[in-house]
Design a protein around this ligand. Structure first.
Ligand SMILES: [Zn+2]
Length: 461
């Protein structure tokens, strides 16, 4: 235990909380151009705090989109391990009219929680990491060298980061990278994610007549593109919920018995989250896999939206000229987005009736990631959670994606640990987003303990 650093956190608990609120009051919405200056302000705010803490190098690095804040402290010496910490300081848009009870950019404390946009996703992670670094640096007790890389474009798909990691790879060199984003399925039971799904997004456009037609003049002679679209997408799944696209599952890494047993430990929490949050009338999906496996270890194909014809108030008896569906697939190791796109494109071509034309366009890609859950870094994290929390963490496979993980895996040779400290039920991206302060303080203690565990393991190795 690093007593000095933990005492430092206790002594500065209120000050840290006020700083969290200060950062939360900056509307660093990366997806809206009108908040460009706010994103810059958040980056500068973080840089100023890093300088005050004593980081030797602090830079606000301007990119095509929003700045990356980079800092470096190498005071633990050449023989100590170096940790790179990734977080993102940008947030999703938020407006009172979405159903907020308090203004989203005026942090409000209530019953041990702070309500604000970015509270859980992901400024509490940013500040837990930054304040843990402050505690070990300021007390002269850091057993590791620390580099910080705080991104400002995560909510707009991190398009920047691939180029950034490639360009600044040399400076990002480290033994271990902490990716601190995401959240846990339970308030009382910690978990560590080691798998992330990839995603490929596409648009399927089905067109028929050269323009919208009068359904009285042409109805019964033209294959309605909305109907044809429905006929096509209704064939993309089998009755049991599996995806009906030739070769779709070919590259999926099968689960072995050991991993299935590990995933099963977290199943009750995943199931209760499903009941609380999804709350659909009944569970659906591949019968041979349990809920955790379906979410984390199996790929999916979703129809995200449909457009076409007339759906406004009143009526227009139109025979539409086209219809469009937004389709996305969540991918798992070792699938690749380009291959899945091509297989789906070919499958759709094979079932498209000759009465219409169909085109599947590729929009965005992100590859899946799997992290070695037996690496020294993950073992160190496991022990840090167990010591601070008093409970052994469960291992989980996340259904979502964190794009930078794949960028780092590709560009640099390092061990990766995914850490999160907050609860999934805290309305990330939704109205009344919040963070539990007790979990947030635990996050600092876990990080401080992780540094201890890591330095012991890396010295022994
Ligand atoms: Zn987010």
């Amino acid at each position: 235990m690093n007593k000095q650093a933990l005492e430092y956190v206790d002594k500065h608990a209120d000050e840290f909380k006020n700083q969290l609120k200060e950062l939360l009051s900056i509307p660093s919405v990366s997806t809206l151009a009108e908040h460009q200056a706010d994103c810059e302000r958040a980056a500068e705010w973080l840089a100023a705090d890093m300088r005050r803490i004593g980081f030797e190098t602090v830079e606000v690095i301007h990119t095509k989109w929003h700045p990356v804040v980079f800092a470096e402290w190498l005071g633990a010496g050449m023989n100590a391990p170096t940790v790179l910490v990734y977080c993102h300081y940008d947030v999703q848009p938020a407006d009172m009219s979405d159903g907020w009870h308090t203004p989203p950019f005026q942090p409000t404390e209530q019953d041990g929680k702070v309500f604000a946009r970015g509270a859980i996703d992901s400024k509490s992670n940013v500040m837990a990491q930054l304040k843990a670094a402050e505690a070990v640096i300021k007390t002269g007790s850091s057993p590791v060298n620390i580099k910080l890389m705080f991104e400002g474009d995560e909510e707009s798909a991190s398009e920047n980061m691939t180029a950034f990691v490639a360009q600044y790879g040399d400076r990002l060199k480290c033994d271990v990278a902490i990716i601190c984003d995401g959240s846990m399925a339970d308030r009382e039971q910690p978990d560590i994610a080691y798998g992330l799904r990839g995603v490929v997004t596409m648009e399927l456009e089905v067109s028929g007549p050269k323009q919208d037609l009068h359904s009285g003049h042409f109805g019964g002679t033209v294959h309605n593109p909305i109907q044809a679209l429905a006929e096509i997408i209704s064939q993309l799944h089998n009755a049991d919920g599996s995806v009906n696209v030739a070769g779709f599952y070919d590259d999926v890494l099968p689960l072995d018995e050991e991993e299935r047993a590990e995933l099963a430990k977290a199943l009750p929490w995943i199931e209760s989250e499903w009941v609380d949050v999804a709350a659909a009338p009944a569970v659906w999906g591949e019968p041979d896999y349990n809920l955790h496996e379906r979410i984390g270890a199996r790929p999916t194909l979703e129809i995200n939206g449909i457009r076409g014809g007339f759906a406004g108030e009143g009526f227009k008896t139109v025979l539409p000229g086209m219809a469009l569906a937004k389709i996305s697939c969540r991918l798992v190791p070792n699938q690749t987005s380009q291959v899945i796109y091509e297989r789906l494109r070919d499958a759709i071509a094979a079932i498209t009736p000759r009465t219409v034309k169909a085109e599947l366009r590729l929009i965005e890609i992100g590859e899946p990631a799997l992290i070695d859950r037996h690496s020294p870094a993950v073992e160190a994290a496991k022990d840090a959670y167990a010591q601070v929390w008093g409970k052994h963490p469960h291992f989980v496979r996340e259904g979502g994606s964190i794009p930078v993980v794949v960028d780092l895996q590709k560009a640099l040779d390092m061990q990766i640990v995914l850490m999160s400290f907050g609860y999934k039920g805290c309305a990330a991206h939704g109205p009344n987003e919040h963070v539990y302060l007790d979990m947030w303080y635990k996050g600092m203690a876990i990080t401080i303990q992780f540094y201890e565990e890591l330095s012991q393991r890396m010295k022994r190795a």
